[in-house]
Design a protein around this ligand. Structure first.
Ligand code: SAM
Length: 285
């Protein structure tokens, strides 16, 4: 593996912030080398500078997307950290539905619009849908929709297939939920169609304007802001707040916090997890 020069590191660090918001500090040169060296070889290029030059001159953006695919960390698992999904099931959904019951005429379906932003390969999205189904049982009184987005082409394509290998299932999916929500397929397990059909999948960069996707009743935006540079993080939280319904809830990663970002959302605690909502006086459906 060839080594990245200091100058190459600086141009790549800037390129990666511009493309993704991800801040690689100078100790992460090895990460660029580890992840981009195979691409340099695959494309038969002379080195990192050659790759950079081609990215900048590729007006289709295809090469930049390949780099994004390689450079992003797509680590995820079913029911990751467990407690946010318990919180969704036992706190966020009951609270939301209680607040809405009175506002929707009897017989009409209560909308539940959920977003798994930076949903990687889909484990978070399907965990959300399973938690919703477990909490509500019969969904006929609700109009449930889940948008799953990620910047990575390959991650979002994987998510939309909804097929997972045993090693992925072993990371967080209980045998009981597996038998209830998956069917055997292609040496692994496929998410049942009635669950999968509640989701739509889209490649989307969180640096781009997403105002037209909202409003959302629940947003899971977990384990992505942690990689962002400070200004990009602030802007992201700012824009997430704007697409949150008045009575909506935002869930971030267990090591992330809106504290200090100047947001007007307030933190609420449920056991080991936190979610963010507008202060009570602002709530109206
Ligand atoms: C560590 S994974 C987290 C996945 C999932 N939310 C979870 O907590 O398990 C981070 C994801 O963020 C995505 N990502 C990174 N930068 C992004 C951006 N600017 N816009 C959208 N997604 C991004 C990556 O592709 C990756 O799939």
């Amino acid at each position: 593996m060839s080594a990245l020069t200091t100058e190459e590191f600086s141009v790549y660090a800037k390129l990666i912030i511009d493309l993704t918001g991800i801040d690689l500090d100078s100790k992460k040169g090895y990460l660029i080398e580890m992840r981009l060296d195979p691409l340099v070889r695959e494309l038969g290029l002379t080195g990192y500078s050659d790759l950079y030059y081609r990215i900048r001159n590729d007006s289709s953006g295809a090469l930049a997307r390949k780099v994004i695919d390689r450079i992003t960390t797509q680590e995820t698992s079913f029911f990751r950290d467990r407690s946010p999904f318990e919180m969704l099931k036992f706190k966020i959904l009951p609270e939301l539905i209680d607040s809405r019951r009175g506002s929707f005429p009897a017989g009409s379906r209560i909308p539940l619009r959920i977003w798994s932003a930076a949903g990687s390969t889909g484990q978070e999205a399907y965990s959300i849908l399973i938690a919703v189904k477990e909490a509500l049982g019969d969904l006929s009184g609700f109009s449930v929709s889940l948008l799953v987005t990620d910047i990575s082409d390959s991650a979002i394509a994987y998510a939309s297939r909804g097929i997972y290998q045993p090693g992925e299932i072993d990371r967080g999916m209980s045998p009981e939920l597996l038998s209830r929500y998956f069917l055997p397929a292609a040496g692994g397990f496929r998410v049942r169609d009635d669950i999968r059909s509640l989701a739509t999948f889209k490649r989307w960069n969180l640096l781009d304007d997403f105002s037209r996707f909202g409003p959302f009743d629940v947003i899971f935006c977990r384990n992505v802001a942690i990689y962002f540079a400070e200004p990009e993080k602030r802007r992201l939280f700012d824009r997430l707040e704007r697409v949150l319904a008045d009575d909506g809830s935002l869930v971030v990663g267990s090591t992330e916090s809106l504290l200090g970002t100047g947001r007007s959302l307030e933190a609420r605690r449920y056991h080991h997890s936190v979610y963010y909502r507008r202060p009570d006086k602002a709530v109206s459906v």
